[in-house]
Design a protein around this ligand. Structure first.
Ligand SMILES: *Cc1c(COP(=O)(O)O)cnc(C)c1O
Length: 337
């Protein structure tokens, strides 16, 4: 289908490589490929950069000079937003969630990069996080009083505009998979945290005829549950479809979420997950992150143990980034050495 994309600003090094993992394929009895979306850049890297190409283009078109967003204390989305803003000559305000705002976390990992890139950090607690849209509005009001023109980006950049980033990724995958020597039943698996990646991939799958080619898309949720994400992804898809008058529908029931791998909770790792992350690094020198891709990959391996055919004959794991979130977790690996 010929798709009219919204305006975008170049931030991501795309197309990202699609690589075959020979040893993992042998081990798991299914072809394993990785879409290296951790390689959308070095520091400005990961899945959020694809979304930011569309969101930042909108911010620039609207004449904004500061972006306001939020996330967990080690948010990859916030780091990517801070860096994208700086690259484009804009300021950024990050509302970072932490347990006790009077005792903010140490400056390391993503937070270190946020600070170095000149971002203003506003610590918010879980209560404020529950009303995050209001908090962003309050920050925007404050900035306007200072003569600034703020642009608000929601959690994870997961709205109708941000989702376009993963329509682009689906388009890349459509071409890359069609170019492989053999066509096989395939599942594209991604870590689902705020739904934007899922929405873009689902839309792309519909627009580029994945179903006819035996290609499916499945998310592994790292927080909340399957119903929450099916509802959220369907909503984002509906907004994109309406705003761009696309001739597809994405019914909620058609969205596939592999539930059961939230484990100890958002950004809380179990020993099994860390062991699985280590095994991947040891086998392939590919680094999953503990919060998203590590949990999702643990889900993939666990599902394959239950049913080796559950993802077809070929898995494409979208490695969504998050490397910098690994370093502040180093002490959790102590038991492995
Ligand atoms: C944000 C994030 C995700 C989840 O993507 P969503 O679009 O928010 O669902 C997955 N992996 C990493 C590394 C992330 O930072």
């Amino acid at each position: 289908m010929d798709v009219q994309f919204p305006e975008r600003v170049a931030l991501a090094a795309t197309p990202t490589p699609l690589v075959f993992l020979e040893r993992s394929s042998e081990l798991l009895g299914v072809e394993v490929w990785v879409k290296r979306d951790d390689m959308t850049g070095i520091e400005l890297s990961g899945n959020k950069v694809r979304k930011l190409e569309f969101l930042m283009a909108d911010a620039l078109a609207k004449g904004c000079d500061v972006v306001v967003t939020g996330g967990g204390e080690q948010s990859n989305h916030c780091r990517a937003t801070a860096l994208a803003a700086t690259r484009l000559g804009l300021k950024s305000v990050l509302c970072l969630r932490t347990t006790d705002t009077r005792k903010p976390p140490q400056t390391r990992g993503n937070i270190l990069m946020d600070r170095l890139a000149g971002s203003e950090i506003v610590w918010i607690d879980h209560e404020d996080w529950a009303r995050q849209e209001e908090v962003y509005q309050e920050q925007a009001t404050r900035l306007r009083k200072d003569g600034k023109t703020p642009y608000i980006i929601p959690e994870g950049g997961s709205n109708a505009l941000g989702a376009w980033g993963y329509v682009v990724c689906a388009q890349e995958l459509a071409g890359e998979l069609a170019a492989l020597a053999e066509q096989k039943p395939t599942t594209i698996v991604y870590a689902c945290g705020s739904g934007g990646t899922g929405a873009g991939l689902q839309l792309g799958a519909a627009l580029f005829g994945f179903a006819e080619r035996n290609i499916e898309v499945a998310g592994v949720n790292v927080c909340d549950d399957a119903d929450y994400f099916k509802t959220k992804i369907a909503k984002i898809c509906d907004e994109v479809i309406a705003s761009a008058s696309l001739a597809v529908t994405i019914p909620k029931e058609s969205i596939s979420i592999v539930d059961g791998y939230v484990g100890k909770g958002y950004a809380q790792s179990s020993q099994e997950e860390l062991e699985c992350l280590r095994a991947m690094a040891e086998r392939e020198a590919i680094f999953l992150d503990p919060v998203y891709s590590g949990k999702a990959w643990y889900g993939v391996v666990s599902e394959l143990q239950k049913d080796p055919g559950c993802f077809g004959e070929r898995i494409v794991f979208v490695l969504t980034g998050g490397l910098f979130g690994l370093f502040p977790q180093a002490h959790h690996f102590d038991a492995l050495w």
